[in-house]
Design a protein around this ligand. Structure first.
Ligand code: UTP
Length: 287
């Protein structure tokens, strides 16, 4: 079996972010900062660390701040240069010319539809998907760990993350087959199963490596849960035809699309920072 290398990543950022209104009325959810970096930058850095070369953003109306974030900020750079300030942090946000593409999802018809909008840029190659509102923290990063596993088994490989049994109705859940260390064979996928009916407590936290054939499945995909075109439904149809595994990620996960998860991410990552961690810890101890 020849395994095609993973070079491309799709970042669906066309969602409305209604759970974060009014903050997300004019600001894309993916630009919300955790400590001092927007969520989308954590995801892009995770992709770069995993050796991914081309970033494909599926955007919607009101998302231009994301394009600006990865562009050159001439005025800011000139002013900072004149004042002798270091521009290292600014330069970290530039993407290599030609290594970034934007495609517009005209209507937020669901995650599956957003991914399908990137089909022509993805072409006939495996690709990763990152949901930037899921912040995955690990050493090495989540996608780098997944790529190492993918290089062994090929096919489709999603991240798997254990959640408490009373939360399985919120997520896409994996039905597990044979297990080999951190690798689990996927025998079925269920989107938001009713409590008590989930086949496991292994959810998919917004990190995927998929084969391009999924685009053909999405092409004819009917609307699923919530009247949206669901990626989980399309992935489920790939099982059996191609290898399908989950890689159990043992690091930390923060659901930053949810207010409590977002605050937790800020606290946890602030505590990790030597320059502000002690002050934040001292404050927490006074509560
Ligand atoms: P969510 O389910 O979190 O939806 O989408 P949302 O619209 O972003 O946020 P809420 O629930 O209204 O607060 C999961 C991921 O899929 C993307 C989102 O940007 C997010 O990364 N998405 C969702 C799209 O790109 N397009 C869509 O039509 C729907």
């Amino acid at each position: 079996m020849s395994i095609k290398p993973l070079r491309k990543a799709v970042f669906p950022v066309g969602g409305l972010g209604t759970r974060f209104l009014p903050a997300t009325k004019a600001l894309p959810k993916e630009m919300l900062p955790v400590v001092d970096r927007p969520l989308i930058q954590y995801a892009v850095d995770e992709a770069l660390e995993a050796g991914i070369e081309q970033m494909i953003f599926v955007t919607g109306r009101g998302k231009s701040a994301i394009e600006d974030h990865f562009d050159i900020a001439y005025e800011l750079e000139t002013t900072m240069a004149n004042r002798g300030k270091s521009m290292e942090l600014l330069h970290q946000t530039r993407l290599k010319p030609g290594a970034v593409a934007y495609v517009r999802q005209q209507e937020p018809m669901g995650l599956g539809h957003a991914v399908w909008c990137a089909r022509d840029i993805v072409g006939d190659e495996p690709f990763a998907i990152f949901l930037a509102d899921e912040l995955m923290v690990g050493q090495p990063g989540c996608m780098k760990q997944m790529v190492e596993a993918y290089n062994k088994v090929g096919g489709n490989l999603v991240c798997g993350y254990e959640v408490p049994a009373n939360e399985t109705d919120r997520y896409g859940i994996i039905s597990p087959g044979r297990q080999d260390g951190d690798l689990v064979e996927v025998t079925a996928l269920v989107e938001k199963p009713k409590l008590g009916t989930a086949p496991s407590n292994l959810m998919i936290p917004g990190r995927y490596i998929l084969q391009p054939e999924v685009m053909r499945v999405l092409e004819t995909q009917e609307k699923g849960a919530g009247g949206e075109i669901q990626l989980t439904d399309a992935m489920a149809q790939m099982i059996g035809g191609q290898p399908f595994h989950a890689y159990k990620f043992g690091g930390r996960r923060f659901d930053c699309g949810d207010k409590a998860g977002y605050i937790q991410a800020n606290i946890a990552l602030a505590l990790d920072r030597p320059e502000i961690g002690p002050a934040v810890r001292q404050f927490i101890d006074t509560l």
